[in-house]
Design a protein around this ligand. Structure first.
Ligand code: CTP
Ligand code: CA
Length: 238
């Protein structure tokens, strides 16, 4: 019997996907991190590979069990990156030859200005407060958009916690305009939404702010909807 697998509609495409949260060191034993599990990004990578793409998955700090399953795929190559700077370097090396780049990683916006070689000690502190001096990291997505080669599709993610009746879509549209990515996948996050969960709900926005599609379901279903949107955009561009 012939069992129908996923469509091979991404075959021949070279894809770079980043996933997970970066960690910015404070000293040899401490870091500033975030709650990203990398599950959505890894699902995006695996969906692409299942649909025939060659995938370079750049994984920051992720759920290791979920990553192991993806790295077993013959068309997925995994590179690890710890900090935002390492992630930027790993993406930079691979982006020039990619057809599609998906920035699903939760990249730290700031890093510690001066990382201490010695573990910070309370003895050296004065008083009951500590101030960390932070400096802004380069915006990897913005740079990808600026430097993208002809024909490349760039996808970003935006995690938003809308406040004061401000809609998710308003924030997403402003970010889409600012970032200039071909697709921005906007999802709501909060104390109890988004991160370790196995489901997701996203709105896919074009750079001009129009809604390409909405998708809800498992992170794999959301990933497949994202690839459908990317294929749609790429066929329009031809
Ligand atoms: N991103 C990036 N490099 C950074 C920060 C973010 O490439 N230094 C990417 C993320 O991978 C994501 C997109 O930009 O694809 C949006 O990230 P987000 O944190 O939602 O947006 P920011 O522009 O950082 O704005 P803010 O955190 O202030 O909402
Ligand atoms: Ca950010």
């Amino acid at each position: 019997a012939v069992v129908a697998g996923p469509p091979a509609d991404l075959s021949g495409l070279r894809v770079v996907v980043t996933a997970g949260g970066t960690r910015e060191p404070i000293d040899p034993v401490r870091f500033i991190g975030n709650r990203s599990s990398g599950k959505q990004g890894i699902a995006v990578a695996l969906a692409a590979a299942d649909r025939g793409a060659e995938v370079a998955l750049i994984a920051a700090h992720v759920d290791e069990g979920v990553l192991a399953a993806a790295s077993a795929h013959p068309r997925v190559g995994v590179t690890r990156a710890g900090t935002a700077a390492e992630l930027a370097e790993a993406v930079g090396e691979r982006a020039a030859s990619a057809d599609v780049v998906v920035m699903a990683a939760a990249v730290a916006d700031y890093r510690v200005a001066e990382v201490s070689d010695a573990k910070l000690s309370k003895d050296a502190a004065d008083g009951t407060r500590l101030t960390l001096d932070l400096v802004e990291n380069d915006d990897i997505l913005a740079r990808l958009v600026r430097e993208r080669p002809e024909g490349q599709t760039v996808v970003g993610f935006a995690a938003e916690t809308p406040v004061d009746g401000e809609t998710l879509l308003d924030r997403g549209r402003r970010k889409a305009a600012r970032k200039g990515a071909d697709v921005l996948a906007v999802n709501r996050v909060g104390w109890s939404e988004g991160f370790e969960s196995d489901g997701n709900e996203v709105v896919l926005l074009a750079a001009a702010g129009d809604v390409i599609a909405t998708a809800a379901g498992s992170k794999r279903e959301v990933a497949d909807a994202l690839w459908d949107a990317v294929l749609g955009i790429r066929s329009e561009a031809v």
